[in-house]
Design a protein around this ligand. Sequence first.
Ligand code: NAD
Ligand code: ZN
Length: 360
Amino acid sequence: MSYKNFPMVPRVIFGRGSFNQLSEILEPKRLSINSPFIYLIDDVFRNNDGLLSRISLAYDDKIFYISTKEEPKTSQVDALVEEIILMTKERPSGIIGIGGGSVLDLAKAVSLLLTNDGGAKDYQGWDLVKNEAIYHVGIPTLSGTGAEVSRTAVLTGPEKKLGINSDYTPFDQVVLDSELTADVPVEQWFYTGMDCFIHCVESLNGSYLNTFSETYGNMAYELCKEIFLENSLSKVESQEKLMMASWHGGMSIAYSQVGVAHAMSYGLSYLLGTKHGIGNCIVFDYLEEFYPEGVKLFKEMKKIHNIELPQGICSNLSDDEFNIMINIALNLEPLWENALGKNWKQIISAKKLKELYQKM
Ligand code: NAD
Ligand code: ZN
């Protein structure tokens, strides 16, 4: 048996208001006055003086506001990298991503592509990256994906939706300030929070489970139950706990894998552009046979928070379109092996997936 030797985020600062310390964290990392810090910030913060006034720009530092209407694409990474190369006199001192999973993944990918030749699509897969990334910092403003701790930057490319999984992908520094999540709309809070819950269910019920994943997964699972089922937490407690659930859920899948909901949700996302959090919820709602206890709790949580999921999103699809989704899903072999074991091909078929998609 050969065990995987994974890197982890080496530095993390936690606490409400810790974002105020950003410039003191960054300044020692400035390479020269010609080597700027580049901020990628979700454009929901474009007019948010409370956040922007706490970012101190110096020399050639620059902010790019990122639209998250769509999830990050390989072409978007390439365009940003080109723009950064053209506008900077020297390689940037660092890339700082401020936003939800979309912006965090974009920041990871941009920092990698600034030091690796070619396009982002060339690195979608496992361990294809050759050179260390530029110093990169992740500051989540929405909790659940675990993108702040993970070893992947998920991108949609011309042929596939797949992460850049590498030892160089994790952030060098993460700032966990739950105050930044205070204004997330309830539905988005639920969808991305459920991403975390589903990470735990898939990891804890998977064949790849081991004590490392199990202990992190259990912690995050219990936190999710406290946040989404019990009504005993203050707003601040709930925000802080979800931030840590996201972290632990991400740690849990680092050393295991996700499962059926993620595989099928990737299909929806590729064909219909359904975003990750809501896509996972739409799929998970129909997965009782794979995750009976998790789906039961999920339905309770949905009810408590008055969440109505879209229905019939696959009702007008052609056979070809179903096949595209099914192929995307079935190609994610490690997810199926984790979910159903080594003999997964005998358990799941294209026909079975089509029946499930037809319900959604
Ligand atoms: P997101 O980043 O796409 O953001 C969703 C919405 O929330 C956007 O409209 C955004 O503007 C808004 N938002 C973010 N912070 C806000 C705030 N503080 N106040 C108000 N609005 C705010 O959503 P997400 O669910 O965090 O991320 C989804 C992405 O993460 C997908 O691209 C998915 O593939 C990726 N993902 C990555 C990993 C990983 O390990 N790298 C894991 C899971 C998912
Ligand atoms: Zn996920």
